[in-house]
Design a protein around this ligand. Sequence first.
Ligand code: GCU
Length: 602
Amino acid sequence: MKTSLKFIIIIIIGLQVCLTASDLIINVDGRNTSSLNGQWEYIVDPYDNGYYNYQLVPHTREGYFANRVPENKWDRIEYSFTDAHTLQVPGDWNTQSDQLYLYEGSLWYKKNFNYELKQGKRLFVYFGAVNYLCNIYFNGIPIGNHVGGFTPFNFEITDLVKEKDNLLVLRVNNTRKREGIPTINTDWWNYGGLTRRVELIEMPKTFVQDYSIQLAKGSDNRISGWIQLNGPDQASQNVSIKITELGIEKQFKTDANGLAKIELEASTVLWEPQNPKLYNVIVESESGKVTDAIGFRTIESTEDEILLNGKPLFLRGICIHEEAPIRGGRANRLEDARTLLGWAKEMGCNFVRLAHYPHNEFMTRLADEMGILVWSEIPVYWTVEFDNPDSYANAENQLAENITRDKNRASIILWSVANETPVHETRNRFLKNLVDKARQLDPTRLITAASDKSSTDGYAYNISDPLCEYLDVIGVNEYVGWYDGLPEKCDKVTWTREYKKPVIISETGGGALFGLQGDALTRWSEEYQEDLYKRQIGMLEKVSFLRGTAPWILMDFRSPRRPLYGIQDGWNRKGLISNFGDKKKAFFIMQHWYDKIESEGF
Ligand code: GCU
């Protein structure tokens, strides 16, 4: 058969497979998985020769490497994965090779594996996250693509998998794009690649794909939600929820779409930071079950309060980027989560703002276990293209994938739809649509965003961003004493609010190089940062409607916007802890303040 005809057939099959991309499977740890983590061969492809056929005009996207992926380097080709260098997966490519440190472009990953799929079973390939976009080819067939660098996705490969020598190839491209989410300018490193886990998930023909099991909004003893099956027998199937510790087992039946709404009474020990109680919840269908650790709590807000289980709360927080402590690079291990959340706990935090994108699932599941409340955010950051419907669809998809993955995590109390976006009508509409979508996807949690657009009249600062109208809780980023005057300015600034809603300071702080000593006016010294925090606390203690603080930031993190030689060297130095784990003087100022707040019962 002529190559071109064969190739056309491959593409047609691929499009069919591509069109049946699967809905997200949640709770991967509770499934029958085989890991594809480890060493993957790769080819760097800065001109995208493996993707575009430059002989054709306009350039067509053919996925050359995937369909012509050469195994024998002596063939008449110039690209071969055979004996190619390898990258560790999960992991960003930037910190695995000096040539890739600043690389932005396409890079092809390849993994071979054998798999004996049992009769009647289905097989999916699952990616924890790939930054920023990818095209996936399995045994030469394009099976799908994904855009967005921080949320999971999976594709079904049941009909394509072979017993021996399967070939999984991805084109990953991390080039920043004006229309992207985030857009081309961010204050963090654009770590590219297969940055989180890759798993094969084997499932029965019809299985429990997704479920939402949380206390109903406004109730502390009624669990409500739904169970979604996936498969040919999904309709009118018996499903059940079992919480043995509570003596609960209740049956439900799915509708024609495999969906079963659930409702059950349960007097649970409510999850809270002081007692992060998790229950073993078994979700069962006629073909199998999945077990999850779920905490039950209520979260509400009034004009002045954030109420956890009906009690007013002060969020003693800190912001965290997904930067690996000590080794640097994208944090993606349980040990990274333990270190970062352990430092937050040591500071006296009951709250973390996971900036500026969904973090890996180790972080949110560990926050559940440790009793740390979470602000979870999508990277609608700074000047995205608010008038571009594709950018909106991208943002909404990342929001939906984030909520799908983490909607059963008690620790998450806030979904954030944006950070420091310019005030104009198009942006307001873009963000209001995201807020409405978040509420529709998850009516149980509070919606927020971080704004740095307070109006000022001398030392009088008024929180007046029109975005606040749509939010339950208002996040305010302010840098009085760093970007905005010297620390002594904090002594004079007062705050008011245009909208009667609880306010969190979602960012404040300043830079210091660990070990650089000086007086309180020596910028970048630990003493400057220490004095700044003292004065910030003095200012914030006067804000009667303040219900939380999340200083920027727990640990120094890489950023291409921070080149100051000898001080930043490519790192944002606002951390209270250095990237090597050294606590700066300001860490202890925050630790003392949070200890005082906690001793006052907040
Ligand atoms: C901004 C922004 C952060 C950034 C920080 C800074 O507020 O939200 O992403 O890193 O300021 O300038 O350090």
